[in-house]
Design a protein around this ligand. Structure first.
Ligand code: FE
Length: 332
């Protein structure tokens, strides 16, 4: 028995001795399990995941140094930056992460890193909206769209993300005029989620809506919602002279991490081509690493040029975006 032990290669002994990585995740088990399994198969390091619906930042704050979490997985720049601003993350900067993740998709010091992108684009009725009719985000405030647009609440994080991006390209006065124009073009008061707007297009209530790209994949995978999805086309508006608004899902190393080395290994793995492909396939998102192939389904929706504004700059405009959205009473 003891001779067998001694015969074990050093590397195997090292991996056997490695600590587990503990994760708090807002992302769903169906998406995360294939990633953690692939990581464990490759490294021998176990990953324990606690799936949370809400309250992650509050929980990390309450747990303080005693928190078991090493890594947090979040969705949307709003939640990604919330943890950072609450002081529960720590910066990491490695060559692998810098190589895999473009600068506009991470916090400058490395407090958070984007792992996937999703575009916030226009769902357009195939029947009632001509190809090429949707052009820019600015144009959505034009009276030609009067009574033809549906959106969810202007205060939802996805809408605030878009308005924050608008503020990186325009003055607050221009953003206010845009929100007012968009509001006056609405077919109904903001309500429901992104998919509910597509249902409204299918039902003939409006002609276009704003939504995140991956919901097309989710609707197509659902028997009832497939009809809604098939009634629309994805159009990719741009900011005048720039690109299409994208948001991210992201990852951070917690300030309290006890298994830092293994945690960083896991985070680097998530940015690798292998993990990026799993993300792209499982949730119809776009890989953050340039050059990683997107899924065939996602590719069929069309291509676009992402806006080149840094997500950190967009995040910095969130408070202003909320203030303006409330000032124009967008949801009222
Ligand atoms: Fe979503």
């Amino acid at each position: 028995m003891s001779t067998l032990r001694l015969a074990l290669p050093l590397t195997l002994l090292a991996t056997t001795a490695a600590a587990d990585v503990n994760v708090y995740s807002y992302r769903q088990p169906e998406l995360i399990a294939p990633l953690t399994e692939a990581f464990t198969a490759e490294t021998g390091i176990n990953v324990n995941v606690a799936y949370l619906e809400k309250g992650m930042t509050e929980r990390l704050k309450a747990e303080g140094d005693r928190s078991p979490a090493d890594v947090i997985l979040t969705v949307d720049i709003a939640r990604v930056t919330e943890a950072f601003e609450a002081g529960v993350t720590q910066p990491i900067m490695t060559d692998t992460l810098k190589e895999n993740i473009p600068a506009e998709f991470h916090e400058p010091e490395g407090h958070w890193w984007g792992l996937t992108t999703r575009a916030r684009i226009v769902y357009a009725s195939k029947e009632r909206v001509a190809e090429g009719e949707v052009t820019t985000y600015e144009d959505l405030a034009d009276p030609k769209w009067e009574g033809r647009i549906c959106t969810r609440s202007g205060l939802h994080t996805y809408m605030i993300g878009l308005t924050s991006a608008y503020l990186t390209h325009h003055t607050p006065e221009e953003a206010t005029a845009w929100l007012e124009g968009l509001k006056s073009n609405l077919a109904r008061k903001p309500q429901g989620n992104d998919r509910a707007q597509v249902k409204a297009i299918w039902a003939g209530e409006c002609d276009i809506s704003l939504g995140n790209t991956y919901y097309m994949g989710e609707m197509l995978a659902d028997e009832e919602q497939r009809e809604w999805a098939n009634s629309v086309r994805l159009d990719f508006p741009v900011f005048e002279g720039h690109g299409t608004h994208v948001n991210i899902s992201g990852v951070s190393l917690t300030k309290a991490s006890k298994n830092k080395e293994e945690a960083i290994q896991f985070i680097e793995f998530l940015s690798s081509p292998k993990a990026q492909s799993i993300y792209a396939e499982a949730n119809s998102e776009y890989p953050i690493k340039p050059g990683v192939e997107i899924s065939e389904l996602v590719a069929s929706w069309g291509s676009f040029t992402p806006d080149d504004i840094s997500l950190a700059d967009i995040a910095a405009n969130r408070a202003e975006a909320v203030r303006l959205t409330e000032a124009v009473d967008y949801d009222g």
